[in-house]
Design a protein around this ligand. Structure first.
Ligand code: FPP
Length: 234
């Protein structure tokens, strides 16, 4: 039996809308419950001794949802930035955001930067929140930054390798995810961490995100530990 090292879990939190619809509630009620589950999951990941967690809170494509839903999500985020993340802060969790900040309202970006600064020395868990995030955009930005360095004479074309390129991504210095969990039964990557997930073990569960809990997380980790990771080797 293998016993894989587990440093980083990535999550696609899907199914909030269906969870709400099943109860006759508006979609944003599902996001509200989903956000509570984010806090519980981060605490559980920390307690299980896994040092990195990356969650997909809002994709670049999510801007196309109704104004009501987008506004609801942004206001939920404001509320968490103002007070609900405090619990994680006290739990020694470092919070950082990955994504296109230019598309977010200035007050939100300001609150995000404050939270990042306040938690920069926390060590028990790094929680990366992907917000207005799209993996292809991230890669294109990284190509642009790399090209600019070459143009400035700071980097030789022959020095561009996987390591160098990884450092141009939002996730620079964070190890690649070992395990990706997607809830709600959908089996796709939805423009999430495409570069970083190259060798990640994928796990799909039918549970809707608002129903996800520590027990299920533990059983997924047990499953992960039994998998044989070969990285292309025979
Ligand atoms: C996918 O479910 C979920 C989202 C697009 C949003 C995820 C956001 C949260 C869980 C809240 C995060 C908030 C904070 C403050 C961190 P869906 O809406 O696509 O569900 P459906 O597929 O059932 O419609």
């Amino acid at each position: 039996m293998t016993n894989n090292n587990l440093q980083h879990i990535a999550v696609i939190m899907d199914g909030n809308g269906r969870w709400a619809a099943k109860r006759g509630l508006p979609r944003n009620a599902g996001h509200k419950k989903g956000a509570e589950v984010v806090i519980e999951t981060a605490k559980a990941v920390k307690e299980l001794g896994v040092p990195y967690l990356t969650i997909y809170a809002f994709s670049t494509e999510n801007w196309k949802r109704s104004k009501q839903e987008v506004d609801g999500l942004m206001n939920l985020l404001r509320q968490y930035l103002d007070s609900n993340f405090e619990e994680l802060e006290k739990n020694d969790v470092r919070i950082r955001f990955i994504g296109e900040r230019g598309m977010l309202d200035a007050d939100i970006v300001n609150k995000m930067e404050n939270l990042e600064k306040r938690t920069i020395s926390n060590r028990s868990l790094v929680l990366q929140i992907a917000l207005s995030y799209g993996s292809r955009q991230e890669i294109v930005n990284a190509v642009r930054r790399t090209a600019q360095k070459v143009k400035n004479g700071e980097l030789a074309i022959t020095d561009i390798d996987e390591n160098e390129f990884s450092q141009m991504l939002y996730t620079a210095e964070v190890p690649d995810p070992d395990l990706l969990i997607r809830t709600s039964g959908e089996q796709r990557l939805s423009n999430y961490l495409l570069w970083q997930l190259a060798y990640t073990e994928l796990f799909f569960t039918n549970t809707l995100w608002p129903d996800f809990n520590k027990e299920e997380l533990k059983s997924i980790i047990e499953n992960y530990k039994t998998r044989e990771r070969r990285y292309g080797k025979a």
